[in-house]
Design a protein around this ligand. Structure first.
Ligand code: THU
Length: 161
């Protein structure tokens, strides 16, 4: 028997003072995206802004459906859209937020397991890690340096070859 331990870490920032203009712009795009979320059932409005390596930002928000499982999370809407339109691009980072003006919680929303797995796929096929910014209420930000840190035991596409 042997035990395998994988450590994961994140960094918490209480304000925006250490972020660049480009990062603040990405945060702004995620915040704008959550305003257009279609979430009439859960009323949980999520926005994501994905920065591609060519500098373009692709946004997404959650899209719900009367047949609940048909809906899709903001992160997947953003990255599927990016990959479908720009299949050769790689991704630098993604900022994710919930609409703190319409949701009365103070917690940061971490991506669900399915979104982690989807992000994991795209991270696996590019040389560099994708940095994740989770935006909290006010100016709180949590940074996770890679999808691998968010999903330490992800399903690897290497198994399918
Ligand atoms: N949601 C996201 O958009 N991203 C996540 O990572 C978690 C959940 C959405 C899905 C659904 O529309 C609503 O939030 C409540 O689960």
């Amino acid at each position: 028997m042997r035990e395998v331990k994988i450590e994961s870490s994140l960094t918490v920032f209480e304000d925006y003072s250490s972020f660049t203009e480009a990062e603040l712009n990405l945060f702004q795009k995620a915040k704008e995206a959550c305003k257009n979320a279609y979430a009439p059932y859960s009323k949980f409005y999520v926005g994501a802004a994905l920065l591609m390596d060519d500098g373009k930002i692709i946004t997404g928000n959650n899209q719900e459906n009367a047949v609940y499982p048909c809906g899709l999370c903001a992160e997947r809407v953003a990255i599927f859209h990016a990959s479908s339109q720009f299949p050769n691009q790689t991704y630098q980072s993604i900022a994710i937020t919930i609409d703190y003006d319409r949701i009365e919680i103070d917690d940061v929303a971490f991506p669900c397991g399915s979104c982690r797995q989807v992000l994991f796929e795209y991270e696996s096929k590019q040389p560099d890690k994708i940095k994740i910014y989770l935006l909290g209420r006010n100016e709180q930000v949590i940074i996770v340096n890679s999808v691998e840190q968010l999903l330490p035991f992800g399903f690897s596409n290497k198994l399918l070859s």
